[in-house]
Design a binder for this molecule. Structure first.
Ligand SMILES: Nc1nc2c(c(=O)[nH]1)N[C@H]1C(S)=C(S)[C@@H](COP(=O)(O)OP(=O)(O)OC[C@H]3O[C@@H](n4cnc5c(=O)[nH]c(N)nc54)[C@H](O)[C@@H]3O)O[C@H]1N2
Ligand SMILES: Nc1nc2c(c(=O)[nH]1)N[C@H]1C(S)=C(S)[C@@H](COP(=O)(O)OP(=O)(O)OC[C@H]3O[C@@H](n4cnc5c(=O)[nH]c(N)nc54)[C@H](O)[C@@H]3O)O[C@H]1N2
Ligand SMILES: [Mo]
Length: 786
């Protein structure tokens, strides 16, 4: 307990704290020397793409762009620790299942393929050929290809993803649960019908030109640290940076660039946000509506005064559809309702609207604080609408910027990892590879879990990720996975999902991004697409963690060759001798990749065509569409509060599950959350001081969290310590994956199926048996001073 403490983090984001943290992580992974060299190759023209996040690289310049959390991700992969077959086989899987995520991960890189042995309850080595034959036999024995699910985590390269989707479709199904289903799916689903493309429209160049950058529901200081560099530059030249976040986040307040000698020497830093709006969790649609309402009001005033119009009438007339109905719906919303749902006052909302209207060029960025709610799709359509009102799309310095998570999650989708494939893609695949692709839509993530629960999903195959930990409704999901006949995980390290297995189970170790990928034609590079549609090559430079590892493209190719023997016309093993052959095929299927192998020779690669940024609208109307949607007043939170009204003692809170500074999704690097002032803890709940008083609890006391849904099941997460924090009343925050058990499978965003991990109605109950933390340690004043 002695190393567990809570105290205010006074420093800026970045700075010396970041450098110290990296040194610690490199040392812990035993990679201090090799690690330093490895870090210098991150995001370099001849180096590898950092597996940390999907934020683009600035010009691939020769200086190393320092990123603390990128460094941690790289150190985790380049670790000197090895989970050899004898290390893993030294424990039963039941024993390993009791270990923490941190301890599982910390065993290090897996060195050879493993198969679960039921008799001894242990993983033991298996030859690669035998592993592929086993999977092929089980897949081919299914009564229907749709009984198999093929998960992807967004680190898979374009080459691996392309082969994977081709294999799965030749096998006969579109069941592609994907991490994207839990992540930015609503961004794609929201933007596609609105602006005709399911991606963001901006590039880094636009960040240099914007007059205002709005950041909604995103914590770049932790999750996209290199973005802070752009924001810092913008802030220095007077660009307004307007944040909407229920929590005070250090990285959105101040940033010291570890590469700026002056800032480091003087302990100086640059303020990031010029304005910080602490809205209520789930209040973003109300905020977007309020900003639109303000724009209409300002425009009315301009008309009355005979001044310059606030609406961009030219853009609206030429490029959009549906303004009349949209305007009517916005004008009909009352300020009272918008205040109640956003948790911001009319004055604050109007001030934010004024900031928007005063800026000529505006970028709106968003992250998981926007996408993991019931009404995320509609919220994102309102973000697009707000941009459209002033022509902030397809023009320099302006646009939509959904900030993607995994380093190639956007590329995987581009390559066709999608459970609802467009007909054009299937037609093309069929032509190029000479087969008849399955035409019915497949399962996404939540649907796959349901299918496995219902006994309809019998084989679960994962290309990366940690499905058992990343998904909601933990008890149901684990039951689903255990209900299968076979689980297979392609992975770099041992994780929770490998302990929650089917009747048979395989763990197949692959090369990581940082490693040399040697094939028949020599060392191979792979390609990735970042958040801004830039595609470039990534080549590893470290010796592989073990001589038995295969690359992901090779694993997919050998599996396909074994499974589709005699049925497939695709030259699987020939394609992986030289990945430029795979890229030639990608080019044959996707027109936007014309000249692929040539284009990636240019340092920094090339940008995929982005129609919306050219003001070409691939929508049924041929225009950018204003989509109207009434302010929701019947969410699970409203329902829970209505149901428990009258019960004086029970307060229903809205809980958001977020990332700490020391984790990469389900990979836990450590137990500190430096910028939020938490040290040595993960089981914490951030709560407002006045709420603590109202429920008669104190900071440092321990609680259980129970979610309140109407399906009759009780979902509880136990033993969390209360931390006083600068967060609006009625709102709580806690870390994922510890709290995933609270979200039922049925609670998903409308139109995208994303689990609603950022708005969980919950109640807190005191645990009396746990000794409270000392008061002074549990009182966090983080943010309160800003
Ligand atoms: N180091 C590191 N980097 C990562 C990751 C990681 O785990 N670690 N994960 C990667 C992945 S896959 C992703 S998707 C991204 C995730 O990056 P982010 O989108 O930054 O993810 P989160 O930490 O989930 O939380 C986002 C923010 O939303 C705020 N928030 C919560 N609820 C609401 C709300 O209702 N409205 C608003 N406006 N804000 C809200 C939270 O306070 C938090 O600051 O990062 C990627 N990069
Ligand atoms: N409650 C709650 N749940 C969430 C979220 C949330 O905010 N709240 N966020 C959601 C989001 S945004 C996402 S993207 C998902 C993430 O879901 P996933 O992508 O499934 O999870 P990760 O933790 O990123 O996966 C980490 C694992 O990937 C494997 N791995 C690492 N590198 C490689 C590699 O190069 N190749 C292969 N084959 N494997 C590798 C390692 O085994 C590691 O343990 O979680 C979602 N779940
Ligand atoms: Mo994500």
């Amino acid at each position: 307990m002695s190393d567990q403490k809570i105290h205010f983090y006074k420093g800026p984001a970045g700075g010396w704290g970041a450098l110290k943290s990296v040194a610690k992580h490199l040392q812990a992974q035993g990679v201090a020397m090799k690690g330093a060299k490895t870090l210098l190759s991150a995001n370099q023209p001849d180096g590898f793409d950092c597996p940390g996040c999907a934020w683009p690289d600035r010009d691939h310049r020769s200086t190393f762009e320092f990123c603390e959390n990128g460094a941690k991700a790289i150190a985790a992969e380049a670790t000197a620790h090895r989970a050899t077959a004898s290390v893993l086989g030294g424990h039963t899987v039941s024993e390993l299942a009791e270990w923490s995520d941190f301890d599982l991960e910390n065993m290090g890189r897996i060195t050879e393929p493993l198969v679960y042995d039921r008799a001894t309850d242990r993983y033991k080595p298996i030859a690669w050929d035998d592993a592929f034959e086993l999977i092929a036999a089980r897949l081919n024995a299914l009564s229907n290809p749709n009984e198999a699910m093929f998960y992807t985590s967004g680190r898979a390269s374009n080459e691996a993803a392309f082969l994977y989707q081709l294999f799965v479709r030749e096998f006969g199904t579109n069941n592609f649960p994907d991490c994207s289903n839990m992540c930015h799916e609503p961004s794609g689903q929201g933007l596609k019908p609105t602006i005709g493309i399911g991606k963001g429209t901006v590039t880094l160049h636009d960040f240099e030109k914007a007059d205002a950058i709005f950041i909604m529901g995103q914590n770049p200081g932790t999750n996209h640290p290199r973005m802070l560099g752009e924001l810092r530059e913008a802030s220095k030249r007077g660009c307004k940076i307007v944040s909407f976040n229920p929590l005070r986040e250090r990285g959105l307040e101040r940033f010291a660039d570890p590469q700026d000698k002056m800032e480091m020497a003087t302990l100086g830093s640059t303020p990031i946000s010029t304005n910080y709006f602490q809205l209520r969790i789930g209040g973003d649609m109300a905020v977007m509506k309020a900003l639109c309402k303000r724009v209409f009001e300002l425009d009315d005033a301009a008309v009355a005064a005979g001044g310059e119009r606030v609406l961009d009438l030219g853009f609206i007339a030429e490029h959009t559809h549906g303004i009349e109905a949209f305007e009517a719906s916005i004008r009909a919303e009352s300020w009272e309702a918008l205040e109640a749902e956003s948790g911001l006052s009319q004055e604050q909302l109007c001030a934010a609207g004024d900031l928007y209207a005063q800026a000529k060029r505006v970028i709106i960025c968003w992250g998981m604080g926007i996408t993991q709610h019931q009404h995320s799709v509609a919220t994102i359509q309102h973000i697009a609408a707000l941009l459209m009102l002033r022509g902030n799309l397809g023009r320099e310095g302006a646009g939509a910027c959904p900030v993607r998570g995994h380093s190639n999650v956007q590329g995987d989708r581009t390559m066709g990892i999608y459970e609802k494939p467009p007909k054009t893609l299937l037609d093309r695949l069929g032509q190029v590879f000479g087969f008849e692709p399955p035409r019915e839509n497949g399962y996404g993530t939540v649907e796959s879990i349901q299918a496995m629960l219902d006994g309809k999903g019998k084989v679960f195959f994962a290309l990366g990720g940690n499905f058992a930990s990343a998904t909601p409704d933990t008890i149901a999901t684990w039951k689903a996975l255990r209900n299968t006949d076979l689980t297979v995980h392609v992975t770099t390290k041992f994780n929770r999902s490998h302990t929650i297995h089917g009747k048979e189970a395989l763990v197949l170790p692959c090369l990581g991004r940082t490693e040399i990928d040697m094939q028949a034609a020599g060392p191979q590079g792979v390609t990735v697409e970042d958040s801004m549609s830039m595609v470039h090559i990534s080549s590893g430079m470290n010796a592989p963690a073990s001589e038995h590892l295969l690359s992901e493209p090779m694993i997919v190719a050998r599996l396909a060759a074994a499974t589709l023997k005699g049925r497939s016309k695709t030259p699987w093993l020939w394609l992986v001798e030289d990945y430029s052959r795979i890229r030639d095929k990608i080019e044959e299927v996707f027109d936007d990749f014309a000249g692929f192998n040539e284009k990636i020779k240019v340092p920094g690669g090339f940008r995929l065509r982005n129609t919306a940024s050219e003001r070409v609208w691939n929508t049924p109307t041929g225009k950018a569409n204003f989509i109207t949607y009434a302010l929701p007043t019947d969410t699970p939170l409203h329902q829970a509060r209505a149901r428990l009204r009258g019960d004086e003692k029970t307060v229903v809170f809205n809980l958001a599950t977020v990332r700490s500074h020391d984790q990469y999704n389900t990979t836990i690097y450590g137990n500190d959350d430096r910028y939020r002032g938490v040290w040595g803890h993960r089981r914490v709940v951030f709560i407002n001081r006045d709420d603590l008083k109202a429920i008669g609890m104190k900071a440092g006391e321990w609680v259980d969290i129970t979610s309140v849904y109407s399906d009759g099941d009780t979902r509880r997460a136990e033993k969390f310590v209360l931390i006083e924090y600068d967060i609006p009343r009625g709102c709580l925050a806690s870390y994922f994956p510890e709290t995933n058990s609270l979200v039922p499978l049925s609670s998903v965003s409308i139109g995208a199926g994303t689990p609603t991990s950022k708005s969980i109605p919950v109640v807190l109950t005191l645990r009396t048996q746990d000794a409270p933390l000392p008061q002074d340690q549990a009182r966090s004043v983080a943010g309160a001073t800003a």
